[in-house]
Design a protein around this ligand. Structure first.
Ligand code: NAP
Ligand code: MN
Length: 266
């Protein structure tokens, strides 16, 4: 038997979901788990819903590194962060009881904006022009000025986030066993005045990426962390690096990242 006994379920209070959770709650208690109302008391945090809900569950509970996260899908098809289907109660209980066997660690990125605190992201940090004018950003890798970007915006994705927004702009899909971050462009202008790589690039965990927003009447871009908009509006300098923290998630056997990629996209 395991020592992890407190479980916090994160889910939307909508009728359809509430009607599906009862058998799961009943089984968790029968196998000796305590369902807690306060996430801070939990050793296991389980999100019930889809990938968007999993991202929220992780964010709202503070990217705990002393906790195991698990994603439970309410639909028939599994999502990228959801390894379990709501009806597969026995598979879930089994995994929770044998959690030490199947734990996955997902790289996270850490964002610092004008020294106003740091934020973590599981999918990506994105910055986009919020007006019709293009956004201009000086891009630095460590202390090297790499390029001046002019266009709609930039996406900095984790490996697990590489299949989300990053993929829509033709970024590569990255194995989460690689601790790295990927920078992808959204509609860059490339002509004789403005030049960018025009390709996504992947930085090692040792690098720091710095984005300096060049004002030109466009210093209130829209910034997003996973599925949440940042309330900070004015921005000059953004620093992004890999977090020392990794998100621990519970997984099922035969459900590797590449199996998920195949099942979701192919
Ligand atoms: P949403 O607008 O409802 O979801 C966008 C889609 O992305 C949903 O189908 C969602 O799956 C899926 N998704 C989320 N994380 C994923 C991942 N790591 N790999 C593959 N697919 C993923 O918003 P949301 O559900 O709250 O998700 C937020 C994410 O949407 C952001 O982090 C960003 O990556 C992505 N996004 C994409 C675009 C784009 O592709 N043009 C634009 C904005 C945001 P579920 O249905 O399971 O939730
Ligand atoms: Mn969604």
């Amino acid at each position: 038997m395991t020592e992890r006994r407190n479980i916090f379920y994160y889910y939307k209070q909508d009728e359809e979901i509430v009607s599906k959770v009862a058998p799961l709650f009943e089984a968790s208690e029968r196998y000796g788990f305590t369902i807690v109302d306060d996430a801070r008391e939990a050793n296991i945090i389980a999100s019930i819903g889809n990938d968007g809900d999993f991202l929220q569950a992780v964010r709202k509970t503070g990217f705990r590194n002393d906790c195991l996260y698990m994603g439970i899908s309410t639909k028939h098809n599994l999502n990228m962060y959801c390894d379990f289907k709501i009806d597969d109660t026995s598979k879930m209980i089994n995994a929770m009881l044998n959690e030490q066997l199947e734990v996955r660690r997902y790289p996270l990125i850490e964002i610092s904006i004008d020294g106003q605190g740091t934020f973590q992201c599981l999918n990506e940090f994105s910055i986009r022009s919020s007006i019709i004018k293009t956004l201009v950003i000086d891009v630095f890798v460590d202390s090297l000025h790499l390029e001046t970007f002019r266009g709609d915006g930039l996406i900095v994705a984790t490996p697990t986030g590489s299949t989300a927004y990053n993929k829509s702009v033709k970024g590569a899909i990255v194995d989460p066993q690689l601790t790295c971050m990927q920078v992808s462009e959204v509609a860059s202008i490339n002509n004789n005045s403005y030049r960018t790589l025009g390709a996504s690039f992947i930085l090692s965990g040792e690098r720091t990426l710095t984005l300096k927003v060049v004002s030109e009447n466009n210093d209130h871009p829209t910034m997003g962390m996973d599925n949440e908009a940042l309330s900070i509006r004015h921005v000059d300098k953004i620093q992004i690096r890999l977090s020392e923290n990794k998100l621990k998630t519970l997984k099922l056997k035969d459900n590797s990242f590449w199996e998920k990629v195949k099942r979701t996209f192919l």
